[in-house]
Design a protein around this ligand. Structure first.
Ligand SMILES: Nc1nc2c(ncn2[C@@H]2O[C@H](COP(=O)(O)OP(=O)(O)OP(=O)(O)O)[C@@H](O)[C@H]2O)c(=O)[nH]1
Ligand SMILES: [Zn+2]
Length: 204
């Protein structure tokens, strides 16, 4: 299945149910059989289609470049050049090792240098990268790099706290453990006081 085939996919439209190719459905039936159940039993008959569509939705980030959200720039914001912070943005991703959910929240801050974006766009960039198979370190870096490259700001700080279901529901089975990652760029990397200020605004 090419990315292009799903270009029109809109998971928020319940009437828009994309076809799930037979080979994808068969792969899911194989997995069900391998896990120990019968994919032909009544409750599981439609499951391969549902799972296929669900994965298209979880991985919707592959359908577009998250940088598109940073293309509408406001240059007239009264010369504002202090920290802009969007805090506690919830997200879901899936780890590339087990394809298990990663759930958490992100804090995204930047100090503009003339270029400001609508604040919702920071959450859209996060979701664009989160809706892929990820490791938390790469997700954190990709969000920060995207803002850095497209807005040319004086600084970018991204902090992500998340729980990994591959550590809670299986494997080591430790609960209430969160992974914390951060990426600091520009003045947040170079200037200790700026970093301290942004971390404090983020609640650390
Ligand atoms: N650094 C990092 N590790 C992750 C992330 N998501 C999952 N992991 C880890 O990826 C590792 C994969 O380890 P492997 O030994 O290949 O796989 P495994 O045998 O299933 O490992 P266990 O989870 O320890 O049972 C595990 O330690 C996971 O906890 C992430 O976002 N970042
Ligand atoms: Zn995992």
């Amino acid at each position: 299945m090419s990315v292009h085939d799903n270009a029109e996919f809109d998971p928020e439209n319940p009437l828009n149910k994309p076809d799930v190719p037979e080979d994808v459905q068969e792969a899911i039936r194989t997995l069900i059989r391998w896990a120990g159940d019968n994919p032909e039993r009544e409750g599981l008959v439609d499951t391969p289609k549902r799972v296929g569509r669900a994965w298209l939705e979880y991985c919707q980030g592959y359908q577009s470049d998250p940088a598109v959200h940073l293309s509408r720039i406001f240059e007239e914001v009264g010369g504002y050049d202090e920290i802009v912070l969007l805090k506690d943005i919830p997200f879901q991703s899936h780890c590339e090792h087990h394809m298990a959910p990663i759930t958490g929240k992100a804090h995204i801050a930047y100090i503009p240098d003339k270029k400001v974006v609508g604040i919702s766009k920071l959450a859209r960039v996060l979701h664009g990268f989160a809706n892929r198979l990820q490791v938390q370190e790469r997700l954190t870096a990709e969000v920060a790099d995207c803002i850095w490259q497209n807005l040319g700001p004086r600084g970018v700080a991204v902090v992500i706290e998340a729980e990994h279901a591959c550590m809670t529901g299986r494997g080591v089975k430790v609960h209430e453990v969160e992974m914390l990652t951060s990426r600091m760029m520009g003045c947040f990397l170079e200037d200790h006081r700026s970093r301290k200020e942004v971390m404090s605004l983020m609640g650390y």
